[in-house]
Each structure stands twice: as C-alpha cells, then as structure tokens.
Write a protein that binds this ligand. Structure first.
Ligand SMILES: [Zn+2]
Length: 159
C-alpha cells in the first residue's frame, strides 16, 4: 500500500514536470484496476510493454526478452504467470497455435489471424479481407462461444 501510494505520488509529480509523460503508466494502472488486478510493480512494468504500443501479438519468450532489454529484472516464470493473470482478467486473448508456443494478443475483440510459419509471425487479417464463414448449426443445447481462424502462410515458390 505504501509502495502504491509512493508510485502515485511519483506519477503525479512526473505529470507536472513532463506533461503527459505519466499518461501511459497511469492508463496501465487504471486498466489493471478495472480488470480487478492489483497494479503491482511487475504487472505495471509488463503492462507497459504490452499495452503501451497499440495492438500486439507476443509469446512469453518475446515479452521476457523485451523486459530483459528494458532492464526489468524478472524470470520467465513471472512473465508466464502475469500473462496468464492478464488473460484470465480479460486483458489479453490467448491464441493457441498447433505446434507452436502460446501467443498473447492485446486485441481481445473477435478477429482472425495470419501465421507465417517460417518467420514465426502472427498478425491480424485485415477486416476488409475477413473470410465469410458458413458455420454449421450447433449441437442441441449448445451455442458458439467463439470462432478461431488461423490461416497459415508460407512463401510462394518461385516460378
Ligand atoms: Zn490479433
């Protein structure tokens, strides 16, 4: 609690001296609180990497490498746990790829993905190019909870 108050004071001070500089950390803190997560130092740090740069697709390993590069001293296990907590709280969407690691998407709304196998790269299919799916009727007593579409891409062979 004391640490939290200290961070708030520090952020308020930064806001006065560097106008707008504290907006992202404050926005992350509020995002965590709204999702029912206590804004601990680690959650704030990883939240800053995840949510401070627009929509992103990352694996735990990528995020851990970014955290290390930013001199945030935390283990891969901590990164995994935090990603899991963010996903449970609805802040991230997990995208499971067959034969690949779990990916985490900051865009939690319904959308589909391209996956480039040779580059291990995941990105959104643009809205204008969404496939029209003709879904079968759900079995009795069931409704569709979600539809995951991953279109795997590879370089076309040179002709
Ligand atoms: Zn996505």
């Amino acid at each position: 609690m004391l640490q939290h108050d200290f961070n708030r004071m520090r952020l308020a001070g930064e806001d006065r001296t560097a106008r707008g500089a504290a907006c992202v950390p404050r926005m992350i803190g509020e995002k965590l609180r709204r999702a029912g997560l206590r804004p601990t130092r680690q959650r704030l740090a990883l939240g800053w990497l995840l949510f401070g740069k627009g929509d992103r697709h990352l694996t735990a390993e990528t995020l851990h490498a970014e955290a290390s590069a930013a001199r945030m001293n935390m283990s891969l296990a901590t990164v995994y746990n935090t990603l899991h907590q963010f996903t449970e709280a609805g802040l991230l969407r997990e995208v499971a790829l067959f034969g690949s690691k779990a990916w985490y998407d900051t865009n939690t709304g319904p959308h589909y993905h391209y996956y480039v196998e040779e580059n291990d790269e995941l990105f959104d299919i643009p809205e204008a190019m969404l496939p029209q799916l003709n879904l079968p009727a759900s079995p009795e007593g069931m409704i569709v909870a979600g539809v995951d579409v991953i279109i795997r891409l590879k370089k076309a062979a040179d002709l």
